[in-house]
Design a protein around this ligand. Structure first.
Ligand code: SF4
Length: 293
């Protein structure tokens, strides 16, 4: 059996930057805390924790004083920076530059439209860290939808600015935009484009992977997708593989792999999410090689 690793899989530059920032500080002997898991991958978090990175939640963060806290690639709402300032906490800001720009754009848009009753709508996963950081830019006034919930909170007769969390599916985002255009028409506006602005904010590091991953999954008899269970990008990219190749398996660690999956297969493909470390993908490949199929 031939085993092939998808060369586009693994950390996106935002996650790589956050992990490297943490490693650099830890290797310099600094004591740092990560506010939330630095990456949605338990094995990578464990590796960094052995190096000394301590993951904390928001309650612990509020109690900390005079220390260093790393903000991960997902970014944080303004409230987090305010608390840090009050408590003498030095922020090591590893927010992905793409997320940072999106936060700034949302804040700027909100400042411009709030006086005239305009609305910011965010398409994202409820409770996701990046989403909380985005909503925070509007002092929590933005309306969050996953495509279904909260649509009844939108006033379709008023100006709407639609933004997406960076890791959402582009087709589902377009479907939501279309749904909103129809609603605006139902409320009597003939040209929805005058009321609705759709901001193209899905990260190309994710969207460009999708067509590539589709053809990668199609061209192999079996796909092993490596990702943390909590990664929303991982779930989304895995569903793309599964749709085109039913012989796709989601694994979080080499221990999840079963030898019988590969019997009778000739070409195995290994791929992963933007939060999957390259070393883990390689380890999975080694385990599959050891089956000698
Ligand atoms: S997916 Fe894109 S926006 Fe999100 S952390 Fe990675 S590079 Fe940044």
């Amino acid at each position: 059996m031939v085993i092939e690793i998808d060369e586009n899989s693994g950390f996106c530059f935002g996650v790589r930057n956050a992990v490297e920032t943490a490693e650099k500080a830890l290797m310099a002997g600094e004591k740092i805390f990560s506010l939330g898991q630095i990456v949605h991958n338990d094995i990578e978090v464990e590796r960094l924790s052995k190096m000394g990175l301590k993951t904390i939640d928001y309650d612990e963060f509020r109690r900390l004083r005079d220390c260093k806290v790393l903000i991960r690639a997902h970014g944080e709402p303004p409230e987090t920076y305010r608390i840090a300032k009050e408590n003498g906490i030095t922020i090591i800001d590893a927010t992905c530059p793409i997320v940072k720009r999106l936060q700034q754009k949302i804040r700027q848009t909100w400042e411009e439209i709030k006086i005239k009753g305009g609305q910011v709508v965010i398409y994202g996963k409820p409770g996701h860290a990046e989403v909380l950081g985005l909503i925070g830019q509007t002092d929590n006034n933005a309306i969050l939808t996953d495509g279904e919930i909260n649509l009844d909170r939108i006033d379709f007769r008023k100006e709407i600015h639609l933004f997406s969390q960076t890791t959402m599916n582009p087709e589902a985002y377009e479907a939501l935009a279309e749904k909103m255009r129809k609603k605006i028409k139902e409320y009597g506006a003939p040209d929805p484009g005058k009321l609705l602005t759709v901001h193209r904010t899905i990260c190309t590091q994710v969207s460009h992977r999708q067509p590539h991953l589709e053809s990668f999954a199609r061209s192999h008899d079996i796909i092993i997708f490596v990702s943390g269970k909590e990664s929303s990008n991982g779930k989304m990219l895995f569903s793309i593989c599964k749709n085109v190749n039913p012989e796709s398996y989601f694994v979080s660690s080499p221990g999840d792999i079963k030898k019988e999956w590969f019997i009778g297969k000739q070409k195995a493909g290994i791929c992963g999410a933007t939060s999957t470390p390259g070393w883990l993908i390689r380890k999975v490949s080694e385990v599959i090689s050891s089956f000698n199929i």
